[in-house]
Design a protein around this ligand. Structure first.
Ligand code: AMP
Length: 579
């Protein structure tokens, strides 16, 4: 497939807001490509060159791209800058500036490999080499192809192709319907690599997908926790449980393969560079290969205290990693092991996996196993919960002792019990910002008066509105939020957003915010959970608790299914009513 053909299809995808059409067009693309094109296309359509967990960056930001465009099309740089300001999207700007007429464009594999060359260029003079290669590419492409090339390079596709859409499209391309989705999803949960999955499906079919196993170096999607309203409900539903403190840090998946250690965040981003102290502790483990799951949290040796989440994530800034590693070193509380010395441990019962983790970790300062106690008594669980809260922890996680590790699943194998600021048990909700209203009066000064927020509907792969947010932020907080919003502003409602509200400014769904609300109520206007016959859900008196953007992708926001469950729980008699 040549790149122009792919670009034309990307244009068709851009023109539709209907998910079924998006899936149909993408499945046509897959059906038309050769096996060698499957991987490059799968990454390119998501604005990447490799699976998400590989830290491959093209390394050409907007400023450099503007230089490249000016050079390639021989237009003054100021003109590019001016038009880009007007249009608000460098891709569309480039499309306008590119000389007209069709060209003999290179194929997708060639474009992918030239972009990979750009990504790999390093050392002295690499910026010039990157730019030269990019200018060469621009000169080979027609206007529409150039637009999409620029968007791929910036990683901003504006198409709304989420992972579920890719999985559906693969199923349609091979089977003509969605029936392959469960097998594809299982393989995806174990390997997190959509390109590998596409290629495997073409080469060896369903059996090949089943045979794709967990392996060190490839993150698997983390097992997630469900919620229940109180300790009684937990014991009633799960019986005997293993109870652990719930640490408020960063989820880390630690992989060791030979001497190579890699660390992944909850959303499978590579964090290896950020945590040198975890890397060296893991390198010392006496195993050939291993995958561990845990929560990392910064520890201040001077005050002998754990540092809150927000400060833990301050490390994301590249500077000062080494200083941080010395002054507030990370510790990781390991609570699971999924793979060891070539064996997939995920089918084993939790109790056994935990034992294996304990044997191999032999607690050091840096790597420790999270304490685990067993109980089938609601009273003991309550005591444990209150005890952990009084020690400054977030709460507890109760785990079914006989459960396997179910990659990517949020189910009752794990249940979290937290408390909110008022001391009652309940949980916060993670929402995605979808737009904002310009404020009046003082708020207008900061650029945003209220935010339109939504939750994720995994079945439809879209974001549906659930609330408007106005309170819970200081003036400084508003200023900061507004600063971050400006790069996400888009002229029209983004492809994967379902909303009856029209904010002043739409936002690309990217920022996840943690909110606390009094109640979930039925709503005739919000689209979260809305069906042809029933209303949606809204939040009553929502307030922002924190800007939890560091470790959550928009798809990691609370899901419509969870909201429905929380709504049902709230209606049960004798419930611990959220406030
Ligand atoms: P939440 O992010 O509120 O859905 O809570 C689940 C998260 O709690 C997990 O993704 C982990 O990052 C974190 N966590 C902290 N301690 C534990 C633990 N002992 N077991 C499992 N998850 C934990």
């Amino acid at each position: 497939m040549n790149f122009a053909e792919l670009a034309a299809n990307l244009d068709r995808m851009e023109a539709t807001t209907k998910r079924n059409e998006l899936v149909a067009i993408l499945s046509e693309v897959y059906a038309a490509c050769t096996p060698d094109e499957l991987r490059p296309i799968t990454y390119l359509i998501q604005g990447r060159l490799a699976p998400f967990f590989e830290p491959v960056e093209i390394g050409l930001g907007e400023r450099l791209l503007i230089n490249a465009v000016a050079a390639a099309y021989q237009v003054p740089k100021v003109e590019v800058v001016k038009l880009n300001k007007q249009v608000g999207d460098l891709g569309a700007t480039v499309q306008r500036l590119a000389p007209g007429g069709p060209r003999d464009t290179p194929d997708v594999v060639d474009v992918h490999s030239r972009l990979s060359e750009i990504a790999a260029a390093g050392g002295g003079g690499s910026q010039e080499r990157k730019l030269d290669t990019f200018i060469g590419l621009l000169n080979d492409l027609d206007a529409i192809s150039a637009k999409h090339l620029v968007r791929i390079t910036l990683g901003k596709m504006r198409l709304g192709i989420g992972d579920p859409t890719v999985l559906d499209a693969l199923s349609f391309a091979r089977k003509g319907d969605r029936t392959l989705r469960p097998v594809l999803e299982g393989a995806y949960n174990r390997t997190s690599d959509l390109g590998l999955i596409a290629r495997t499906l073409w080469d060896t079919g369903e059996a090949g997908l089943e045979a794709l196993k967990v392996r060190a170096g490839h993150p698997l999607r983390p097992q997630l926790a469900e919620r229940l309203p109180n300790p009684e409900a937990v014991i009633k539903k799960l019986g005997m449980v293993g109870v652990q403190p719930k640490y408020d840090g960063l989820r880390v998946q630690i992989h060791k393969e030979g001497q190579e250690v890699s660390i992944f965040s909850r959303n499978l981003e590579s964090m290896t560079e950020m945590f040198p102290e975890l890397v060296s502790a893991a390198a010392k483990l006496d195993v050939t290969n291993v995958i561990l799951d845990g929560e990392a949290i910064a520890y201040n040796p001077e005050s002998d205290e754990y540092v809150p989440f927000q400060e833990t994530t301050a490390r994301r800034r590249k500077e000062g990693i080494q200083e941080f590693a010395e002054s507030v070193p990370m510790r990781a509380f390991i609570f699971d092991v999924m793979f060891r010395d070539g064996t997939d441990l995920t089918p084993l019962p939790y109790e056994r996996r935990f034992e294996i983790a304990r044997e191999l970790i032999r607690d050091s300062e840096t790597l420790q196993t999270a304490p685990l106690m067993k109980t089938d008594s609601a009273d003991v669980l309550t005591r444990e919960l209150l005890d952990n809260i009084s020690r400054g922890l977030e709460g507890v996680v109760a785990k079914r002792l006989d459960s396997p590790y179910q990659a990517g699943a949020r189910n009752f194998n794990w249940v979290k019990l937290k408390r909110n600021t008022s001391g009652q048990l309940t949980d916060t909700i993670d929402v995605v910002l979808l737009g904002y209203y310009r404020g009046k009066g003082k708020r207008a000064e900061f650029g945003a008066g209220a935010l339109l927020a939504g939750v994720y509907d995994a079945d439809k792969d879209e974001f549906a509105t659930i609330t408007k947010l106005g309170t819970g932020l200081s003036d400084q907080g508003w200023r900061e939020i507004h600063g971050r919003l400006s790069s996400l502003e888009v002229a029209e409602k983004p492809a994967r957003v379902s909303s009856n509200f029209v904010p002043d400014i739409w936002l690309e769904p990217a920022i996840v915010v943690e909110v606390l609300a009094d109640e979930i109520t039925p709503s005739p206007r919000h689209t979260a959970g809305m069906t042809a016959s029933g209303p949606g859900f809204a939040l009553r008196f929502p307030r922002i608790v924190s800007m939890r953007t560091a470790d959550k992708k928009p798809e990691d926001a609370t899901s419509v299914r969870e909201i429905r469950e929380m709504y049902e729980q709230q209606r049960q008699p004798g419930r611990n009513r959220p406030r």
